[in-house]
Design a protein around this ligand. Structure first.
Ligand code: FEO
Length: 414
C-alpha cells in the first residue's frame, strides 16, 4: 500500500510513551515538499500531545490543509480542547504550524511556547495574539503534572529559531526536522512497524535536500544532547517514523551524513542534447569504474535534483559532463549546480568539469558556481568540440585518470 491508496487517511492517535501521544497526519496530496522536492510516497507531519495531571501540551502541528484532522486527533486525546495549556513551537515552518491559528481558535486556554528567536518572528508567519506568546529559554522546564517538558535550543535545524523538547520522565525527544525522513506512515508509526530500510533511505534524501546546509548544527545538537545526558528512549521527529527500537541507527545516520567519511565514490552528472555528450559521460564513468571507484551515473535532464543531491552527499567527487547551451551550462546540469551552491554542498569534495561545445565553452561558469559551493575543482577543466578529435579523447581520458587518482586517497567503498 502506498500513500495514494490511503485516500487521505492516517493512523489514529497512538500512545508512544506513558502520557505521550502521536497526533500526526499523512500528506498524500502534495507532490513536492517545499514546492521543491518530490514526495511520491507522501510525507508525515508528526504532531504530539503530552498529558499530565495539570493539563496537556501539544507539540507542533501540521500543514494547513490537514488542520482539521490534526485538531480532531488532539481533541480525541485530551477530550476537551480547553485542557490544552500549551502549544509548543519547536520550529515555525508552515509544514508544522500553518495549523496553529485554527488550533488556537479552539484551544482557548493554550499559550504558545516558543524560543526567543521564534518569539520575534512568529508574527511574520501567523496570526497569534501577542498575549498568548510565551518565550521559553534554553534549558527551561514546564511542569504539566507528572510530565515535565524541557526545552533545548538547537538553532538552524533548520531555521534559526528551532529547538527540541524533551519529556524528562519518559525520555521522549521531539526533535522536529532533525532525524526526519520523507514518506507517509502507511503501515504504522514506529520504526519496528514500518519498512525501516525504506525510511532510512528516504532520511538520506531528506537530509540531502533539507538539512545538508546545517550539517555543523546537526553535530552541535547531537553533542549538546549527549553533554546534557538526555537519555533518548523514544526519538520523535516531525517527519517519518517514531524511533523506539533503533534510535541509534537514525542518530548515527545523521551524524555520518553530517561529517561523511567519504570513500572512492564518484557521481557523474551529465546532460546530453543529442547523445554525444552522454557517450563522453559513459566513457568517463567506465574509466572511473576500471580504477576501482564506485560510480553513479545521473542523466540530469531525467533525474530530479533531489535524487542527484542524495547521491552526491555520499560521493567524494562529482564529474559534470555537459554541452554549452545558449552560451551557458546546459540547464538541467546548471540546476544541479545551483542546488549544490544553495546547499553549500561541496565541503571539500572534488568537482571535475567536462564541457562539450561547438562555438563557445561555458566551463568557467561551472568553475565559478562550484567553487562558490565549496567544491575543490580539478584543474585544468576540459573543454572539447562536439565532434571529438583524438586530442579531445586524450584530454577526457586524462581528466578521468586525474579524478581516479584523487579518489584513491579516499579508500575503497566496499
Ligand atoms: Fe519540516 Fe523545516 O520544516
Amino acid at each position: 500500500m502506498n500513500c495514494s491508496d490511503l485516500r487521505g487517511l492516517s493512523p489514529g492517535p497512538r500512545q508512544i510513551a506513558s502520557g505521550v501521544f502521536w497526533a500526526g497526519v499523512n500528506d498524500c496530496v502534495k507532490d513536492l515538499f517545499e514546492s521543491l522536492w518530490p514526495i511520491p510516497d507522501g510525507v508525515s507531519y508528526n504532531a504530539y500531545v503530552v498529558v499530565g495531571s495539570e493539563g496537556a501540551a501539544v507539540i507542533d502541528g501540521v500543514d494547513e490543509h490537514l488542520a482539521y484532522e490534526y485538531v480532531e486527533k488532539v481533541r480525541e486525546i485530551v477530550g476537551d480542547l480547553g485542557r490544552v495549556k500549551y502549544l509548543v513551537v519547536n520550529h515555525l515552518e508552515p509544514d508544522h504550524h500553518a495549523s496553529t491559528p485554527r488550533l488556537l481558535d479552539l484551544a482557548r486556554n493554550a499559550s504558545v511556547l516558543v524560543s526567543s528567536v521564534g518569539a520575534k518572528i512568529i508574527g511574520s508567519l501567523y496570526r497569534v495574539p501577542e498575549d498568548r506568546i510565551v518565550e521559553v529559554k534554553d534549558g527551561e522546564r514546564v511542569d504539566l503534572g507528572g510530565r515535565t517538558l524541557r526545552f533545548v535550543y538547537t538553532p538552524w535545524l533548520h531555521w534559526p529559531e528551532t529547538m527540541m523538547t524533551y519529556v524528562e520522565e519518559e525520555g521522549v525527544l521531539f526533535s522536529c526536522d532533525a532525524f526526519g525522513s520523507f514518506g507517509a506512515l502507511v503501515r504504522g508509526i514506529f520504526d519496528d512497524e514500518v519498512d525501516l530500510e525504506y525510511y532510512l533511505e528516504e532520511a538520506k534524501r531528506y537530509f540531502s535536500n533539507i538539512v545538508l546546509k546545517y550539517s555543523r548544527n546537526v553535530l552541535e545538537a547531537i553533542d549538546k544532547i549527549e553533554k546534557l545526558g538526555l537519555e533518548i528512549r523514544v526519538l520523535a521527529p516531525s517527519h517519518g517514523p517514531v524511533y523506539r527500537k533503533h534510535v541509534d541507527k537514525v542518530v548515527s545516520l545523521y551524524r555520518d551524513l553530517s561529517q561523511p567519511k567519504l570513500c572512492a565514490r564518484a557521481t557523474v552528472v551529465y546532460g546530453s542534447m543529442y547523445g554525444r555528450t552522454e557517450e563522453v559521460a559513459r566513457a568517463v564513468a567506465e574509466t572511473l569504474e576500471r580504477s576501482g571507484a564506485s560510480v553513479n551515473l545521473v542523466d540530469a535532464a531525467r533525474t530530479h535534483p533531489s535524487y542527484s543531491l542524495r547521491l552526491i552527499v555520499e560521493s567524494a567527487a562529482v564529474v559534470f559532463v555537459f554541452p554549452t547551451y545558449d552560451a551557458s551550462v546546459f540547464p538541467p546540469v546548471r540546476e544541479v549546480m545551483n542546488y549544490l551552491y544553495v546547499k553549500q554542498a561541496g565541503r571539500g569534495r572534488l568537482a571535475a568539469i567536462l564541457n562539450t561545445f561547438s562555438w563557445g565553452p561555458s566551463a568557467r561558469e561551472a568553475v565559478d558556481v562550484l567553487s562558490r559551493a565549496g567544491f575543490q575543482v580539478v584543474e585544468p577543466v576540459v573543454t572539447t568540440k562536439s565532434m571529438l578529435s583524438p586530442e579531445d579523447r586524450k584530454k577526457i581520458e586524462e581528466l578521468a585518470e586525474r579524478v581516479s587518482s584523487e579518489l584513491r586517497r579516499f579508500g575503497s567503498c566496499a
